[in-house]
Ligand binder design. Structure first.
Ligand SMILES: C[S@@+](CC[C@H](N)C(=O)[O-])C[C@H]1O[C@@H](n2cnc3c(N)ncnc32)[C@H](O)[C@@H]1O
Length: 231
């Protein structure tokens, strides 16, 4: 593996996102003056000096992995992407090549990183795949862990500018995941979010460990992002 670039420790997450060039800081990912990274920093600043594993689903060129790695100098930052090229472009990190919905691939990452505490899903943004990853990974997180799902809009609104009536969305991942595109169903995302809220409130939902057991500590919905806390 190559050595990862380090930049000044005092930089905040948005500054680091700009330095490394992730789209999490651009205008398309900013609402009401807050980039995704401004929102994440509110949750994650207290973890900055801690040791844990962060898994990002969706690596592309590795720029967000570089941002996370600089923000969390003691954390282990790993990625997963469908495209082998992503692993090459982010050669300084451990990047597993496979689908975000493949239980064996996800299980192998969890086995290797039992201290997994934070998952960021910036992969396909296809509802069925987003939910599959969550169902597998969220229960593996420890109490206090967090799971972030990005770019909800393409899955959620018929009037999102990229919406395509036939395929649900013109998101590029539709080409990468042709089998799954027909499962990019808005109602499924609505039902999923409702299940999370129910589990958070009453427990015993689909992620429950039994009657009354709660796995979801909170469900925070931000523009196009949901941050879910592990109870
Ligand atoms: C938006 S890009 C990730 C950008 C990166 N996180 C950043 O901020 O710089 C989405 C990535 O998800 C990957 N992807 C698409 N479908 C996937 C799937 N089913 N499983 C895993 N990765 C997938 C694509 O190959 C692409 O590299």
């Amino acid at each position: 593996m190559l050595a990862a670039t380090k930049v000044p420790y005092l930089y905040g997450l948005t500054k680091l996102g700009q330095v490394f060039g992730t789209d999490k800081v651009d205008a398309a990912h900013t609402r009401n003056g807050l980039a995704y990274t401004d929102i994440y920093e509110r949750y994650l600043r207290p973890w900055r000096r801690q040791r844990f594993t962060l898994l990002e689903l969706g690596v592309y060129r590795g720029n967000s992995l570089r941002m996370w790695n600089s923000f969390f100098p003691r954390a282990t930052v790993v990625g997963l992407d469908l495209e082998p090229l992503a692993a090459e472009r982010a050669a300084e990190f451990e990047v597993t090549v496979g689908s975000q919905s493949d239980p064996e691939v996800l299980a192998s990452v969890v086995r290797k990183h039992p201290d997994l505490r934070l998952v960021v899903d910036d992969a396909s943004h296809i509802t069925s795949l987003t939910i599959a990853s969550f169902r597998h990974l969220f229960p593996q997180l420890p109490r206090g862990g967090m799971y972030i799902i990005e770019d909800l809009a393409p899955n959620t609104y018929e009037d999102w500018p990229g919406h395509d009536a036939e395929r649900g969305t013109n998101w590029p991942a539709i080409q990468q995941n042709p089998e799954e595109s027909r499962f990019n169903v808005r109602q499924d995302m609505d039902d999923f979010l409702r299940e999370l809220i129910r589990d958070c409130d009453l427990g015993g939902g689909p992620f429950g460990e039994g009657p009354g057991a709660k796995e979801v500590a909170f469900v925070h919905v931000w523009p196009s992002i949901v941050v879910v806390g592990r109870a």
